[in-house]
Design a protein around this ligand. Structure first.
Ligand SMILES: N[C@@H](CCC(=O)N[C@@H](CS)C(=O)NCC(=O)O)C(=O)O
Length: 246
């Protein structure tokens, strides 16, 4: 049985991490059984990030590397029906979301003053008060440094959201009237698209990105369809049992 180390449900989402959602949906698509081990501290992972997995004695980190490992170990080939052009497009969309939209999403949660307190409460609420304040400040500082190194953090809030809205518009355009990314059945890239788009538009935290994303009916309906297919049997509850904070 795979042990899946992930941020647990929060803010109305199966995971507030789009990478954890991506991997979980992919494992559901592949029919791979797993047991979720909820973690709030990503530094426990071998690369200091979540998700990671344990399979027998093997530890694998990074959603793409894990998917490659599981594909080989369980002989999974989800994209058999896709053309080379669709595979290339799926890969390009995935990297746009993972390496561009992700940073704006991070900004909207950890830097935007409207959401920062909810993040602090969710991730550090279990700590005693003085420690909570210090840890929360350190984590926020780290996120700001990461955002600065990546580049997104050097922009004004207006420009961050402008840049990320373009990503959302691209996904909406490419999706068009399709039920899933490339037609009537989902492929592996839908795990990525759903993980990221849901983390923006189905998240209880408000942001200009969420508002913009939700103005695109096809994105809203797509997330409903994916949720129905992969999470309908699972009720999304917060880890600490609290009502989902905005
Ligand atoms: N390339 C990694 C990215 C994973 C990632 O960035 N995870 C975030 C949560 S969404 C994390 O653990 N961040 C902690 C950190 O950067 O310190 C993957 O595909 O798994």
């Amino acid at each position: 049985m795979i042990k899946f180390f992930s941020f647990g449900p929060a803010f109305g989402l199966p995971s507030p991490s789009p990478f954890c959602m991506k991997l979980e949906v992919w494992m559901k698509m592949a029919g791979i059984e797993y047991r979720t081990k909820v973690r709030k501290d990503p530094t426990q992972g071998p690369k200091g990030k979540l998700p990671f997995i344990k399979h027998g004695g093997v530890v694998v980190a990074d959603s793409d590397i894990i998917i490659d490992y599981l594909s080989q170990s369980f002989e999974v080939e989800l994209d058999r029906e896709l053309t080379p052009h669709q595979r290339a497009t799926g890969y390009a969309i995935s990297k746009m979301l993972e390496d561009h939209l992700y940073w704006a999403m991070l900004y909207s949660r950890w830097v935007d003053p409207n959401n920062w307190k909810a993040m602090r409460t969710h991730f550090m609420g279990h700590m005693p008060l003085p420690v909570r304040r210090i840890m929360a400040g350190l984590v926020r500082l780290k996120v700001k440094k990461d955002l600065h190194s990546q580049g997104m953090g050097r922009h004004s809030a207006q420009d961050v959201y402008w840049a990320a809205k373009r990503d959302l518009r691209v996904v909406s355009t490419l999706l068009g009237d399709n039920r899933f990314l490339f037609g009537d059945e989902p492929c592996s890239y839908d795990a990525v698209v759903y993980g990221f788009i849901a983390n923006v538009i189905d998240c209880e935290l408000e942001s200009p990105l969420k508002e913009f994303g939700r103005s695109h009916d096809n994105l809203v309906h797509y997330c409903q369809r994916m949720h129905e297919r992969y999470y309908a049997a699972t009720e999304v509850k917060s880890v600490d049992g609290q009502p989902q904070a905005a």
